[in-house]
Design a protein around this ligand. Structure first.
Ligand SMILES: Cc1cc2nc3c(=O)[nH]c(=O)nc-3n(C[C@H](O)[C@H](O)[C@H](O)COP(=O)(O)OP(=O)(O)OC[C@H]3O[C@@H](n4cnc5c(N)ncnc54)[C@H](O)[C@@H]3O)c2cc1C
Length: 377
């Protein structure tokens, strides 16, 4: 068989429209690969860009502005789009089972399906809290919360459980939204550990001051142990009254990964190597929060998925061409920018750099809008 024949007919299946896969599609839209047929399976047609989510909740961006239209992107990449959910992976048969009943076969598969929230450690969270992931369902619940909060006797006390970057962003966003929309005061509480990964001491001091200025009550080093319809009970026994509770805590692997005979870490995330291939399957790649580079683990953050996107695209192309794959090691730190919902942001990097103010917000806004413009194909 001639080498051009060998290339012909390769089928790439992208499972999940996460941050890495949208960049893969963008790459193939700009430079198609002859002989490669791409299919994207996604639960949703619109995928949210998490960096702009708090800005959207605070009222700075419309819903359209924070979403990437997968139908349009797939069309630009000449990829098929199947709106369905992967519910089973068959490594040996190179097959993916869909919730809608069908089955898809592939030559190469890539998985970028994010995480599922792990609410198991907080009693009552499943029934009484809004999990912030998946973001799509958070937005529906947020709409209901806003509708009820805007009613005369609606909820006025919101608690956010999770003191990582996402929880802090959410607390600022929720406070800003309600401050702009409601004349009577809304009480926002942030419950979480004080040492969020990736937030250096200088940033922590700025964040603490900004939370205080916004009137956000912080319960650090006292994790939530129970949530009921009246509020949150902390490990110390203290009670934080709340009419609505948003939970942004630990990540668990999506349950569908349990069906796969792929290498995983002890938590069940897909174990990948520096080429982004799953360790026990050269035909399978994974990226974003659902994967872990076992030799170089990093916290779950969209920035890593975004960085993996272009490498993943190049390696998928190299596999099709039969070329050697490129390796990547996730960087140790990255620029972190937290919007404070008042036209300002707090930023920092590594152990020492920390800054804040209106320029920081303009930088964040510039970076995020530039990212979204890539998908205007
Ligand atoms: C409030 C908030 C703010 C955040 N802000 C930031 C930030 O500023 N910077 C940052 O770096 N990170 C941020 N994060 C973290 C960030 O959201 C995640 O790290 C990022 O979304 C991970 O991207 P991903 O590509 O792994 O998956 P996701 O973005 O979660 O995408 C997964 C996609 O796969 C689809 N999917 C899931 N399961 C299936 C299935 N079985 N079959 C088919 N499709 C499926 C989903 O519909 C979804 O579209 C924030 C998170 C939150 C909650």
């Amino acid at each position: 068989m001639a080498s051009s024949d060998k290339k012909a007919g390769k089928r790439l299946l992208l499972v999940g429209g996460g941050h890495a896969h949208v960049l893969v599609l963008e790459t193939f839209a700009r430079k198609p690969e002859p002989g490669l047929t791409i299919t994207l399976v996604s639960k949703d047609c619109l995928t949210p860009y998490s960096g702009m989510l708090p800005g959207h909740l605070a009222g700075a961006y419309t819903r359209d502005e924070i979403h990437i239209d997968l139908e349009r992107l797939a069309r630009a990449a000449r990829a098929g789009l199947i709106l369905d959910e992967a519910v089973g992976f068959d490594r040996a048969g190179r097959r993916v089972r869909l919730k809608g009943g069908g089955e898809l076969t592939y030559d190469i598969v890539s998985v970028d399906i994010g995480i599922t929230p792990d609410l198991s450690g907080i009693a009552g969270a499943e029934e009484h809290a809004l999990a912030v992931k998946p973001i799509g369902s958070l937005l529906d619940k947020w709409d209901s919360l806003v509708d009820s909060a805007l009613a005369p006797n609606g909820p006025r006390r919101v608690a956010i459980v999770g003191g990582g970057a996402a929880g802090i962003c959410l607390a600022f966003a929720v406070a800003a939204f309600f401050r702009n929309r409601l004349s009577d005061a809304i009480k926002v509480s942030l419950i979480g550990a004080s040492n969020a990964p990736g937030i250096n001491a200088g940033m922590q001091r700025r964040i603490a001051r900004a939370l205080k200025r916004r009137g956000i009550a912080v319960h650090a080093d006292d994790p939530a142990s129970r949530i009921d319809q009246n509020g949150v009970t902390l490990a110390s026994g203290r009670f934080v009254p709340a009419d609505a509770v948003l939970v942004s805590t630990h990540a668990a692997p999506p349950p569908v990964l349990a069906t796969a005979d792929w290498a995983k870490d002890e938590s069940g995330f897909l174990a990948i190597g520096p080429t982004l291939q799953i360790l026990n399957d050269k035909a399978a790649f994974a990226a974003g929060d659902c994967a872990i580079m076992v030799a170089h683990p990093r916290p779950k953050a969209g920035v890593f998925a975004v960085r993996q996107g272009p490498v993943l695209a190049r390696n998928l192309r190299r596999v099709v061409r039969g070329e050697a794959l490129e390796t990547t090691i996730p960087q140790r730190d990255h620029l972190l920018l937290i919007a404070t919902g008042d036209g300002r942001a707090i930023g920092g990097r590594g152990r020492l750099l920390a800054f804040g103010g209106r320029l920081a917000w303009r930088l964040k806004d510039f970076i995020d809008r530039r990212f979204m413009r890539r998908f205007e194909l």
